[in-house]
Design a protein around this ligand. Structure first.
Ligand SMILES: [Zn+2]
Length: 246
């Protein structure tokens, strides 16, 4: 059996022989793992596509225990991402988080489209890396089914919110008096909430054309990271250290 699908390489790992294992986020089959036999050799026709960020049409043999990459037509190699330290660091972060929060063989059209779009944006050297990172995390909460409560009603008691906090464990906005002492919460004013709502619904390219003050991004980024790590199975983001080194 063969599967032909568009996809984007999330990560690669090398075997002890000449093979490369690829994790590909595909349009037709969700996240899959395939082996590219002999791809470590630069003479292999599979070597050019066995790299992170490559977007292409993959032909895969699904018969065996381990799926095998047969051929690939590259749409965009996105090689420019690896030429900029910042683009590479943020790209690695987003692709790692995508890997942690997707399940094998589960088709997620919106998540897939966003990842392809983000790779394209990163390869064209955007400047707003932090905004891109934040927008991805906010949209990701929707894809994983953990969209935070951003309505004017308390998540805990259901009454209209006046004085509120963003509570990580409870899943969004609640009254300050409804928040437990032990739980993680962030005090946010209305502007923060409006930004979160905006990032949730707007197209990623529209978001990147909008200017936000750094103080908003810098507060919302660790908050969304904490929020997603609590609600998903993601326990660590290794490439975060890479961003911190920039
Ligand atoms: Zn309440």
């Amino acid at each position: 059996m063969f599967l032909e699908t568009d996809g984007i390489v999330l990560r690669t790992s090398k075997s002890t022989n000449n093979d490369i294992f690829l994790t590909i986020l595909t349009r037709k089959a969700g996240k899959i793992e395939v082996v590219a036999n002999g791809a470590k050799s630069s003479r292999s026709p599979l070597s050019a596509c066995s790299k992170p960020f490559v977007f292409g049409l993959f032909m895969i043999n699904t018969s065996g225990k381990m799926m095998k990459l047969v051929s690939c037509t590259i749409h965009e190699s996105n090689f420019r991402i690896t030429e900029s330290l910042e683009a590479f660091a943020y790209g690695s972060y987003i692709f790692e988080v995508c890997h942690h929060t997707t399940h094998k063989n589960v088709i997620e059209p919106e998540h897939y489209t966003l990842i392809v779009e983000i790779a394209d944006i990163l390869s064209k050297q955007t400047r707003d890396y932090k905004l891109l990172q934040l927008a991805y995390l906010v949209k990701l909460s929707k894809f994983t089914g953990h969209m935070p409560n951003l309505t004017d009603k308390c998540m805990k008691c259901g009454e209209t919110l006046d004085d509120y906090v963003f509570a990580v464990e409870e899943g969004g906005l609640i009254h300050r008096h409804c928040a437990g002492d032990q739980n993680t919460s962030y005090k946010l004013n209305l502007t923060f909430i409006q930004i979160l709502r905006y990032l949730l619904v707007k197209d990623i390219r529209v978001i990147l054309k909008t200017k936000f003050h750094d103080k908003y991004i810098n507060k919302l980024l660790p908050m969304m990271e904490t929020y997603l790590m609590y609600h998903t199975e993601m326990s660590a983001i290794n490439s975060k250290a890479f961003i911190e080194m920039l």
